[in-house]
Every structure is written in C-alpha cells, then in structure tokens.
Design a protein around this ligand. Structure first.
Ligand SMILES: Cc1cc2nc3c(=O)[nH]c(=O)nc-3n(C[C@H](O)[C@H](O)[C@H](O)COP(=O)(O)OP(=O)(O)OC[C@H]3O[C@@H](n4cnc5c(N)ncnc54)[C@H](O)[C@@H]3O)c2cc1C
Length: 388
C-alpha cells in the first residue's frame, strides 16, 4: 500500500457505507471509466452512466429515509463523489449536482414539500441548482430573475445561465428576487420549479473545454407559474439558504476536484514507472522524484482535510464556511496542478488524446471557477482574519 491507499483505508465509514463504496468502485471500473473518453469526445449526455448509478440507487444515500431514501453519512457521500469523478469528471458533477440542488430542500423544506418532491430524486430523478445569470456570477446579489406573487401562485420571469443539468433536471432549485421586497440581498428568495412547467425553456447548451458530457444550459422563464407551496421558507430567505447550501456543496466540488487530481497522479505514476529514457525509468530521475513528492504530499494533505470536513459535518457542526472555502480552493488548485504535471510527465504523449491526462487537464480547469472562483475564496478566507 502506498500512502494514498493507506489514507483511503482510513476513511471513517460503517460497514454498509464501505459496501456501497465498493459497489461504486466496481461500477466506475467496469461501466463508467471505460466510456468516459467517448462521452468527452462526443459531448453526449452520459445517460448510460446515469442509468448505471441509478441501478444501485445511489441518490438515495443523501435522501432521508422518511422520503424513500436510505441516508448515509456526508463522508460516505464525499467518497462516492470523488470515486465517480476519478472515473469520469462529467458524470461526477452530474451526480453531485443532484445533491447540491436537493440539499437545501432537505434542510429547509416543509414536511409536505419533502414528502411530495424528494421521492422523485431518491428514485433517480435529476436536480439542477440555478443561481447564476449573465449579469450575476461571482456576485449573486445582482440576479434579476423576478418572483411575483399572484394568489396561490408565484409567477417567474427572467433567465439563468451556466446551469449544470439544466436541460435534464426533474426539479430545479431556483433563486430569484421577490417583487415587493426592496434590497438586493433582502429580496432573494428560492423555490422549486418542476420539469415541464409551461414557460420554462432551454435557450442554449454550452460547448465546453472540459466536463464536456455534463450539460450546461441557459434557461429562460417566461411567465412560469408555480404553486406558492413550492417556495422554500419565506420570501427573502434566499440568501440565508444560499450560503448554508454552498457550505455543503463546496466540499462536494472539492471531492470532485480531488477525483481528477487522483486520476492524474495515478496515471502519471503508472507511466513513469514504465517509460524509459537514457536507460532509466523516468521515475528514477531525481528531478522527477521532486515533482512526484510535491504532488503526493499535497494530495495526502488535501485529501486528509476533505475527510476532516466530512467528520465535522457528520458531527453536526454547521459553521464551517471558511473551512469549506479553504478546501474548495486548495483541492481545485491541486487538480489543475496535478493534471498539468501529469501531462508534463507523459511528455508528448500527455498532450495527445490517446492518454487520459489530456482530458483531465481540461476537466480540472472548471474546478477553479465554479462554486465561487478561487479569487473569491481567497478573498473570503483572507477577510475572515480581519479583526473587528
Ligand atoms: C461548466 C459550468 C457549470 C456551472 N454550473 C452552475 C450551476 O449548476 N449553477 C449555477 O448557478 N452556476 C453554475 N455555473 C456558474 C459559475 O458558478 C460561475 O461561472 C462562477 O461563479 C463565476 O461567475 P462568472 O462566470 O460570471 O465570472 P465573473 O464573476 O464575471 O468573474 C470573472 C473574473 O473576475 C474575478 N472576480 C469577480 N469578482 C471578484 C472579486 N470580488 N474579487 C476578485 N476577483 C473577482 C473572478 O474570479 C473571475 O476571474 C457554472 C459555470 C460553468 C462554466
């Protein structure tokens, strides 16, 4: 066992969670990893992977038992995200987005909302989290999508951009501004929009550098009507719900990034143990050993921190926003660096599509951009040390 395998063996999971993780590993090895290059090349949505994930009922692991789920720990969830993302970064983010979009409903929804909506996701339905707009990226308070109350209904007008799963979702967790409440922050509200609602349309799908099989949609809302019963909390509760949910989704995108980083590291190590130049294996050169040592030590430390945050959340801690920022920032910077180094270590072959390193380098880039860019996270972390 190398140090990273030893670290994996120490992840705190119960027997049931370990068995599930083993099934996910088998699924990734046999069905997801072998088709990842195909889906990257064609940019087709990987329904075949979603079907495989649903065959083992994986969504249920983050849905409480009362709503047809079979809830497991946050640590077990993070371990599954990392595993799937290591096999296929597109599939990893597609699945994780189900969690990102439904966790606020689980945490903030009423009993009636959860009874009505969550079983659909537990049975394999897809979710989307819709915050970003063309004029509101890093600063979500600039969003313009409008929610207007009309009797027992809410009328939605506006649009969202860059929405993962936006064209395939069954349920959308949608943020907008409540007409009649003034203030860019105070008016933010959140509701659940259901697939097939008249007035909801997909305007375009992005043709991306990486995570190409995951769909990224621009959505338009033209007088969409949803029942008032789909509002989460009260009008104006949106920002509070947004911050609380980002705390849980940031470690999740860190796990996604660490899946990419681990794939890059393992591919590079396998290659430089085989490839010879000047009569030696590449890994026998000291300059290369230094690169490997830097990658391995950073992987070991950031992965350890991922499991630490998992334990923190599982122990009931809720105030971990800065820890989540720190983890997201370091994991995504590591993914980019490990993937770039893997390409370097494979030499000219790393630059060609026959090897996975090329895809990993493209997949890694987005991890530094979404769920708060790393500039924004550096600002949040630095600012947290300002003395009041
Ligand atoms: C593939 C993909 C999938 C996505 N999925 C989703 C999704 O499912 N749901 C969703 O709502 N959104 C999603 N997004 C949107 C993503 O979260 C935003 O792209 C991201 O928040 C950045 O916003 P922006 O692109 O408008 O960049 P901008 O906010 O315009 O930033 C441009 C540059 O300015 C920098 N910058 C901005 N503000 C500051 C600051 N205060 N200090 C320092 N630098 C700053 C940024 O770091 C960046 O380098 C996705 C995006 C992509 C590309």
């Amino acid at each position: 066992m190398n140090i990273l395998q030893r670290l994996d063996a120490c992840i705190e999971l119960n027997d049931e969670e370990r068995m599930l993780l083993d099934s996910v590993r088998t699924l990734c090895r046999d069905r997801i990893a072998p088709r990842a290059a195909h889906f990257d090349r064609t940019a087709e949505f990987p329904w075949e992977h979603v079907k495989a994930i649903n065959e083992i009922g994986l969504n249920a692991m983050f849905i409480p038992d009362a709503y047809e789920g079979a809830q497991m720990s946050y640590t077990a969830y993070l371990a599954c995200v990392r595993e799937i993302s290591q096999a296929c970064a597109s599939t990893g983010i597609i699945w994780a987005t189900n969690y990102h979009s439904m966790k606020p409903l689980i945490d903030w929804g009423t009993e009636a909302q959860k009874q009505r909506l969550l079983p659909r996701i537990a049975q394999g339905g897809m979710g989307a989290l819709a915050i970003t707009e063309p004029g509101a990226g890093s600063d979500a308070t600039g969003m313009r999508t409008a929610f207007r109350e009309d009797g027992d209904e809410i009328v939605i007008n506006g649009g969202k951009t860059f929405i993962t799963n936006g064209d395939v979702a069954d349920l959308y967790l949608l943020f907008g501004k409540w007409e009649g409440i003034s203030g860019a922050k105070e008016s933010i509200s959140v509701l659940v929009l259901e697939k097939g609602t008249p007035g909801l349309s997909v305007v375009r799908l992005e043709d991306k550098m990486g995570t190409r099989a995951s769909s990224t949609a621009t959505l338009a809302f033209d007088n969409c009507r949803v029942p008032r019963a789909n509002l989460l909390g009260n009008p104006g509760d949106g920002l509070k719900i947004l911050f609380a949910s980002l705390n849980k989704s940031r470690p999740s995108v860190a796990a996604h990034a660490l899946g990419i980083a681990r794939a890059a590291f393992e591919d590079a190590i396998a290659y430089i143990n085989e490839r010879k130049q000047s009569g030696k294996r590449i890994l026998e050169f000291q300059g290369i050993q230094f690169m490997v040592a830097d990658m391995a030590s950073e992987l070991a430390l950031v992965e350890s921190y991922l499991w630490q945050i998992g334990r923190l959340v599982d122990s009931g801690v809720t105030d971990f926003g800065i820890e989540a920022s720190l983890l997201k920032m370091r994991a995504s910077d590591l993914a980019m660096r490990a993937a770039t180094d893997a390409v370097q270590l494979l030499g000219g072959y790393g630059y060609c599509k026959d090897y996975r390193a090329e895809r990993l380098m493209r997949d890694a880039k987005i991890t530094q951009i979404w769920e708060g860019t790393n500039q924004v996270h550096r600002q949040l972390i630095g600012r947290s040390f300002l003395q009041r």
